[in-house]
Every structure is written in C-alpha cells, then in structure tokens.
Design a protein around this ligand. Structure first.
Ligand code: V0D
Length: 247
C-alpha cells in the first residue's frame, strides 16, 4: 500500500508511550457519502463496514487499548424500515468475515447499549461474537448498539433507586459509585472522541463519560476515514496534552 509523506511524518512523530488509551468514534456520514456518488444508502453502510475493518486494524496496530464505535443509536429506529433491517444484518455479517482477523489481532469485542430491545438474531450474533473473542487480551472493541446516553443515565438512576429500596446500597452515592450502573461500568472514560463528516455535536453519545475527553472532528465522511485521519487525531491529541502539561 502507498504511504504518503504526511502519514510517515505522523507515524514518526506520534509518541507510542502516550497514546490515548480509549478512543471513541461517532461513525457519521455513510448516507451522505453514498448520495454524493449517486449510490444507494446501503452502499454507504457497506463501505462503512470496510472502514470499521481498517480502523480496528489501525487502532490495534497502533496500540490503542479500547476503541468504541457508535454503530446504532436509539434514535436510528426512526429510519426507514428497509434501512433498519439492513443495518441489523451487519453485526452477523461482520463476525462472519472479521472473526479470523479479530482472533489473529487478539481483539476482544464488547457491546454497550440496550441489548434487550434488539432483534433476537442480532443479539445472538453479538453474544456469540463477544463469547468467541473473550479469550483475547489485546484491544477491546466496543460497539455501541441501540445506545442513547440520556436513557443510559436514567436506567442507572432507576437501578440505584431499586437497590436503595431493596436495602442493597446506602442512600448516598458518589461519582465513582454512579459509573458502576452505566453500560460502560469498568471501562475507563474515552481520552479522545472523533466524529466524522464535519458535524460538531455529541448527539447523545457517552454524555457522562466524555466530560474530560479531547474532541476531534474529521471533515471526511465515515467511508473515507482512514489511517491518516486516525493518526492526525492522535497526533493532535498529544500536542494538546503536551501544551496542557506545560502550564
Ligand atoms: C453502519 C458505519 C459494524 C456505521 C459502520 C446494527 C453504520 C457500519 C457493526 C457491528 C454498522 C455491530 C456490533 C457488532 C459487530 C459489528 C455495525 C451497525 C451498523 C448497526 F457486535 N458495523 N456496523 N452495526 N455500520
């Protein structure tokens, strides 16, 4: 594969000892990518899966510990039913094609989101994928599926209320206690959030967890996101951290 000068420079200048441990990505712009090419939206999603493959490979090669990808939000159910159905076929397809490489690269798959409301076949696919990769000790690949941050927070509050009512926990909790009730329990907060397609919003993604994260917005649609963009984001993250350290 061709490697341009910019990529080589970034490669040489990134400090492997100071990588963001947890990178989260809002994978936005598949539909617009397709529309601009006169292609069906499906084609954008199909290409989006290719980008997932490349990004997982790059993140794992680079030494990222946790990669969280926002794949489907609780709002996405409002899309046309043919599109929702197509999207729901992707997790199963993903594991059919990617499992060997995930195993080779020692990647463990984990899911965050409201799994109980997913179609049974999707639940089965993701549970099998998580089960088969649970022996892996390398990068954790977190898919946010049927995820919405406000509903996650409300779920957490309701679980706490139930546990207080049942006398299982004391009536006062702190921030650390609270995080144990989120889907991300046990996962450190993202150090870096990337959103593609030029939109500069959080869109109900990890509202609690992103409190101190660096934000980076890529001007390309998700299907055009590549290694160089990930390296740019990581490099910029390190520049910001270095400046911050000098104050
Ligand atoms: C479409 C771009 C992988 C964003 C990427 C159900 C939207 C491709 C998964 C996946 C989607 C999810 C869970 C899992 C394994 C793979 C996926 C959806 C959409 C929504 F365990 N890509 N991907 N899931 N797209």
């Amino acid at each position: 594969m061709e490697v341009d000068l910019k990529e080589q420079e970034l490669n040489e200048n990134i400090d492997r000892g100071k990588l963001p441990a947890h990178v989260a990505i809002i994978m936005d712009g598949n539909g617009r990518w397709a529309a601009e090419r006169g292609l069906p939206r499906k084609e954008g999603h199909r290409q989006g899966v290719e980008t997932v493959r490349n990004t997982v490979r790059c993140g794992s090669d680079l030494g990222i510990e946790i990669l969280t990808l926002f794949a489907f939000s609780t709002e996405n159910w409002q899309r046309p039913s043919w599109e929702v159905n197509y999207l729901m076929s992707l997790p199963e397809k993903y594991f059919q094609t990617e499992l060997p490489e995930l195993m080779r690269n020692n990647v463990r798959v984990n899911l965050i989101g409201e799994k109980s409301k997913l179609p049974a076949k999707v639940r089965k696919a993701i549970e099998e994928g998580a089960e088969e990769t649970k022996v892996n000790s390398g990068m954790v690949l977190n898919f946010a599926l049927n995820y919405g941050s406000r509903s996650e927070i409300i779920m957490a509050v309701n679980r706490i209320i139930d546990e207080v009512a049942a006398g299982k926990i004391k009536e006062k909790i702190d921030e650390r206690d609270f995080t144990r009730y989120l889907y991300t329990a046990g996962i450190p907060d993202p150090d870096l959030l990337i959103r593609t397609s030029g939109e500069k919003r959080i869109s109900n993604f990890l509202l609690w967890q992103l409190a101190y994260s660096e934000l980076w917005f890529a001007d390309v649609y998700w299907p055009d996101f590549s290694r160089i963009h990930l390296l740019e984001a990581v490099y910029d993250y390190q520049l910001r951290k270095r400046r911050f350290g000098k104050v």
